[in-house]
Design a protein around this ligand. Sequence first.
Ligand code: ADP
Length: 707
Amino acid sequence: MDETAAGATPKAALTSVMALFASAGPGGLVVRRLLPAAVGALVVIVFLRLEGPQLGLYGTEVEILLLTLAAGGAIAGLLFYFAFRLDRDEAARGEAEGALRRSSRYFDLSSDMVCTAGFDGVFKELNAAWTETLGWSEAELCSRPFVEFVHPDDRETTEREATGLAAGGVTVNFMNRYATKDGRWRWIEWKAIAILEEGLIYASARDITGRKAAEAALEASERQTRQILETAHDAFVSIDADGLITAWNPQAEANFGWSSHEALGRELAATIIPEAHREAHRRGLEHFLATGEGPVLGKRLELTALHRDGREFPIELTMSDLETEQGFSFNAFIRDITERRASRELLERQRQQLIEAQSVGGFGSWEWDLVTGTIERSDELCRIYGLEPGSHPGSVEAMAPAHPDDRARWQSDVQATLESGAPLSIEFRIVMPDGSVRVMHSRGELVHDEHGTPLRVIGTTQDITERHELERAKDEFTSIVSHELRTPLTSIRGSLGLLESGVLGELPAQGQRMVEIAVQNTDRLVRLIDDILDIERINSGQIDMNPGPCDARELIARASDAVAALAAAANVSVLIDAEPVHFSADGDRVIQTLTNLISNAVKFSPPASSVRVSCSRRDGEVLFEVSDEGRGIPAENVETVFGRFQQVDASDSREKGGTGLGLAICRSIVDQHGGRIWAHSVPGHGATFSFLLPAPVGDVADRGPST
Ligand code: ADP
């Protein structure tokens, strides 16, 4: 029964009647039409019943009429009832249709993918979101079992989930991958329920591919961060706002002796901070949390840390703060700088030792930066130059000798080092601030970058004034003695020669041998004295160089002739490779130089090897080179061998019959010509002696060979 008509209070019944009357439905229409007629009939019946007899309107017709009216009333009542039912059913149907229309709108409008599927594993109905997400039409999705759209790796779990649903289960947050029409995969998250009576699964699904990708990216980045921290060479430590350790990487374990298992959750201060600094750390943390002020945050600090075994060691640390939903945390990279500090201290000690050594040895060091053109000088060097230590004029000119006579040579020697890369070794005079003149000896070496570009020259300068004075005095003495010896020696040699030749009579065999030895040694002594006098005369300018037209090839030929007998005796071949270079020089002196170099090369060559002599024209210069395949010269001697009486090995003079003056004479001759001489050697692989003499193009080159 309907509740409106039956179970209601009179008031409610009246309300529903009024509603029916006002209703736009068919019931309302019928009621509105019939009600006036029913009311009219009722009025007529009541009137006839009350007034009929008095008016004589009562009888069979009236009875029939009354019955008819009563029947009409009953019919009207019934009609009223049915109209009422009709109207209510119509309203209910309309409402149901409205609800259906609304839910179908929700179904279509939902951005989630909504669907029903049968227990046969096939979709029955899908909303538009499915096509939007996967690209398949509804018909395509409903044409085959849904599991066929699922990624092969997810099929098993999908089937298990569907079986569970069919058995009355509920699916929440189940995930699988669905194929899109263009061949890709999308991650779908499901909520579903099965209605067993309907044989249908109702499901709502959501495309979570983006979320999955973001989660994967986050996970990868977290993994990467973890890996970085685990393999970092620095210790990484985090603490929370309470100062408790929340991160502790393997390097932290190694540095501080606490395993991560032990360290996590411990108070940082009590773990790695020496007792004396703990309070300061705690106060700093409190201060930051209260005020936001952290003066040490983000700065590189050098502190002392505590190892688990009680040992304290220096660390370098940078700390930063991070505020998250969980509150503040502080992260720090910590480096054990024990070794660095030790090497810094060692370096400082060595620097001090170097300063002391420089001051004791009376030499200073310098570094000339070729890029900026500035020169760095040690304090001792400043002292040597008579300047205040620490006064660094910065320009290379500060290194240049102030003595005008030496300036040009100084510049050309430095230039030559820069161009050829040969070691620098120059003696020059400087005028001190008090006007006195002092002699300096600078040595330097060129430093290149990896492309061979010269970067700087580093070297030392020593005040050799006293030594120079001594050497001068010694030379003077030697020269005087030599002069005094030369004349009696010549006469001794003459007498011995006469004795040896037998002009004065036959000597006994033993006497003859003794005289021969005496002749050999006297010759050696004469050579030595000649060399000493020679070098003395060249250096003191007593011997003027007599320049004249020279042909380099001819000079080489004459020099090699002079050593031909020596070469033959040593079984060494002298090979000549000379260009026809014409230039102006003192030919005899150049031959003397070449003879010296070639005879040295022959002396130090193994039998059956070759000595090569070459000459070629360079930019305004002629280059002579003499190379051999002998034992070579150690790097530390390539420069010193040009000094007087300098020999690589003390036995050289005995075994090879040298005086140790040959190369010094060569250098003097070359210097007097304004040239340069140097040696280069790879020990064990021979030596090359080179010298350059000025040969300006067009000087004598066009005049043809000299006679
Ligand atoms: P010496 O009269 O002793 O040869 P030098 O001044 O000519 O004097 O040479 C000095 C020293 O240089 C030699 O004693 C030798 O030790 C070394 N020297 C010179 N030339 C060569 C060379 N071609 N190979 C190896 N060492 C050499």
